[in-house]
Design a protein around this ligand. Structure first.
Ligand code: NAP
Length: 256
């Protein structure tokens, strides 16, 4: 009997690691990537790339491929995909697992300014700059969110992205193309060499990009931290790849 596959919504290190572990355990998995990044790091096993075409497209895809469950291991800020997965799982009464890495939390040396979204981060930044607070900003919120900072003309931005941004950018900037993980020594050097006095980031969580926060804390650089969006309370949630492997294994019994 052919086993029904698991649809694994990815685009994260956790999703790649989960795909590898499920593949090794002989479980049929189809990983899905949005197709945003030009040269994505591909997971082990079968991969499909590109949007499904909204909720209805996802329903169709699941029917055609007879997926037995959905594992949503997308980034904590991939809110649309997570919402679609939740809607579809409810509609189709399909088991859904959200793999959501823990958020970063500030330590005693951190100076964080929490803001609800990137627009609020830009607003805060503009006020801060007007008050003479900061002038050299390290922006790591990702390519899709850069345009909200485009009107800020009296600061200089170091914009770190995987692929070059296509939207409007602030007038004074340098685009630094790179992909994590980043270590502490290189983050320290980056902050120093560019004389950064403010870091703007999303609370992505995880270890791969955590070093910039440590480097900022060491240098006394404040961090404007975009808080995580609230997620739909549908299905189960785990915080680690190991727990996700267990969940999938449990789902297979008795009639997966
Ligand atoms: P999003 O805003 O939540 O999703 C927008 C649309 O992109 C979705 O409606 C869906 O299109 C498509 N999509 C997103 N993730 C997909 C996936 N894994 N497989 C197939 N289609 C997907 O997503 P996003 O924030 O642009 O993120 C896109 C991808 O990059 C995600 O896989 C995410 O894990 C990864 N990523 C995001 C961030 C971030 O900060 N947002 C950071 C690192 C990695 P349809 O409606 O057509 O199905």
């Amino acid at each position: 009997m052919v086993e029904r596959p698991i649809l694994l919504l990815g685009g994260t290190g956790e999703a790649r690691s989960l795909a590898a572990q499920l593949d090794q355990a002989g479980l049929p998995v189809i990983s899905s990537l949005a197709g945003r990044v030009r040269n994505p790091r591909l997971p082990v096993g079968e991969v499909r790339i590109g949007g499904f075409g909204g909720v209805d497209g996802l329903v169709r895809w699941i029917r055609v491929h007879d997926a037995a469950a959905v594992v949503d291991a997308t980034h904590p800020f991939a809110t649309t995909m997570t919402a679609h997965a939740a809607t579809v799982a409810e509609r189709m009464s399909l088991p859904l697992l959200r793999v959501r890495r823990p958020a970063w939390t500030p330590g005693p040396r951190d100076t964080w300014v929490p803001v609800p979204d990137t627009a609020a981060a830009a607003e805060h930044l503009a006020q801060r700059i007007a008050g003479g607070g900061s002038s050299r900003v390290f922006l790591t919120t990702g390519r899709q969110d850069v345009s909200v900072f485009a009107d800020i003309s009296d600061a200089w931005f170091l914009i770190r992205v995987v692929d070059p941004p296509t939207s409007d950018l602030p007038p004074h900037h340098e685009v630094l193309r790179s992909r994590g993980p980043y270590d502490l020594a290189s983050e320290r050097a980056l902050l120093r060499s560019h004389r950064i006095d403010l870091l703007v980031t999303k609370n992505s969580g995880g270890d791969l990009t955590r070093a910039k926060l440590t480097a900022a804390a060491e240098a006394g650089i404040p961090v404007v931290m975009v808080q995580r969006p609230v997620e739909p309370a549908v299905g189960d949630t785990v915080a680690s790849v190991e727990a996700a492997v267990e969940w999938v294994t449990r789902q297979r019994r008795p009639n997966f």
